[in-house]
Design a protein around this ligand. Structure first.
Ligand SMILES: [Zn+2]
Length: 109
């Protein structure tokens, strides 16, 4: 999860091709050559930088999410729209919470 997500407009993850990914794992989903960029300590910044570059190459307008399909290019998940696992860690709430398809980390604490 993104431990510094404190505001509702913070980016906590991405939806892509019917799955959900954390910032660490979204970049590897859209490129076969992720390089070193996504290993940076600045996880969100690195993911965003890389996605912006990929969008430019693919001709995707990221600022207008209605203009592209979530199966073709990742869409941003903001903290206000992500589902948290719930305060008590109940199994029910946990199964509904948004988590990364690769590492299984919750997007929200
Ligand atoms: Zn992940």
């Amino acid at each position: 999860m993104y431990e510094f997500a404190t505001k509702t407009h913070d980016i906590v993850g991405y939806s892509y091709n019917a799955d959900i990914y954390c910032p660490d794992h979204i970049v590897a989903q859209i490129t076969s050559n992720p390089g070193d960029v996504w290993h940076s300590a600045a996880r969100i910044g690195a993911a965003e930088m890389h996605l912006d570059l990929c969008a430019r190459i693919k001709g995707v307008n990221r600022s207008d999410e209605g203009s592209f399909d979530g199966g073709d290019f990742p869409k941003v998940i903001y903290a206000e729209h992500a589902v948290a696992p719930g305060p008590n860690g109940e199994e029910d709430a946990e199964s509904r919470a948004d988590r990364c398809a690769i590492c299984d980390e919750f997007l929200l604490p």
